[in-house]
Ligand binder design. Structure first.
Ligand SMILES: Cc1cc2nc3c(=O)[nH]c(=O)nc-3n(C[C@H](O)[C@H](O)[C@H](O)COP(=O)(O)OP(=O)(O)OC[C@H]3O[C@@H](n4cnc5c(N)ncnc54)[C@H](O)[C@@H]3O)c2cc1C
Length: 280
């Protein structure tokens, strides 16, 4: 079956009630819709479906099953071999499912969130979730495959911090995985890649109680380096990392009584950079 016929059959299987945007081969926007981070990847799915809800993801999974074609799932599209896009099948794109909220130190992140969505929400809540170093990497592929970054020596891999998830399984069910419900599925998600279903929401534990300050550009880094040097000299127990975030209010006094010189403190968002010093 060629892509035109598969695309038409997928549309028919999805039905009129399916509200998500779909693009099939030959339609305007098709080449943009099939693109991934690695420009050398040149796969041709019959359809890309931009799902917005777990119900739409479930409908897409069932449609691919009904038509009998391959299914792929795209989070941030960073995976270097381009596995998130398939030939002659249905690619589910999760990029619109990128809302992140933080509640009681737990981040609830849509399955298509990029790291910048996670970091931005967490920075505002004063929480750090260990993740990667590039803001446009997808949380989905990174978290399901491990995930390491600036803070992993202190706080482990991203997958170690998955405490729950909403998952659309291969039979189209929407299930909640957690320590209490479906603990085996939760275990599998912590490093098992995308092999156990489509994760439409990640629940991620984080590290809170962080010191925050901001200062403009290079002086901020110099101050941070000084802070680290002082802490390391004064305590063999101390260990930490630095996360740079763009904005918000900041105390001038850091843990251990370290005082940031007044002339380095700058709450002007346009000029300043926020440093979060992670201590445990
Ligand atoms: C520029 C760059 C920087 C990187 N930096 C880091 C880093 O600092 N630390 C690190 O650990 N890794 C890093 N990586 C590697 C990255 O973590 C992996 O490529 C990861 O797979 C990217 O996830 P994604 O969602 O963007 O990828 P995608 O290509 O969208 O997906 C990768 C795989 O995961 C599956 N998948 C994605 N989302 C879901 C979901 N919600 N549910 C089920 N399956 C899903 C896909 O089907 C596919 O099989 C980097 C990669 C690049 C290109």
């Amino acid at each position: 079956m060629n892509n035109d016929r598969i695309g038409a059959r997928l549309r028919s299987a999805l039905g009129h009630a399916f509200g998500a945007e779909t693009v099939i081969a030959g339609e305007a926007g098709y080449d943009d819709a099939r693109r991934v981070w690695n420009g050398a990847v040149d796969r041709h799915p019959a359809m890309v479906a931009f799902c917005r809800t777990s119900s739409e993801v479930a409908a897409a999974v069932l449609a691919a099953r009904e038509v009998g074609v391959p299914l792929s799932v795209r989070g941030g599209g960073h995976q270097v071999a381009g596995l998130s896009v398939c030939d002659n099948g249905l690619t589910i794109d999760l990029s619109t499912m990128c809302a992140v909220s933080v509640d009681g130190g737990i981040s609830h992140a849509g399955g298509g969130s990029l790291l910048r969505h996670v970091d931005t929400a967490n920075a505002q809540a004063g929480v750090v979730v260990p993740a990667g170093v590039v803001s446009h990497t997808g949380l989905g592929g990174l978290a399901l495959g491990g995930g390491f970054g600036w803070t992993f020596r202190n706080f482990g891999l991203t997958c170690d911090n998955i405490v729950g998830a909403e998952v659309v399984t291969a039979d189209g069910r929407i299930v909640q995985a957690g320590e209490q419900d479906d603990a085996d599925l939760l275990w599998a998600l912590r490093g098992g890649g995308g092999n156990f279903g489509v994760v439409t929401r990640f629940d991620l534990g984080g590290v809170s109680g962080l010191a925050k300050f901001c200062a403009p550009g290079k002086p901020a880094w110099d101050a941070a380096r000084g802070y680290f040097a002082e802490q390391c000299e004064n305590s063999s127990q101390w260990s930490g990392g630095i996360v740079v975030y763009p904005t918000f209010d900041s105390p001038k006094i850091l843990p251990g009584g370290f005082k940031l010189p007044d002339d380095l403190v700058d709450n002007d968002v346009a000029r300043g950079q926020k440093l979060i010093l992670v201590q445990y």
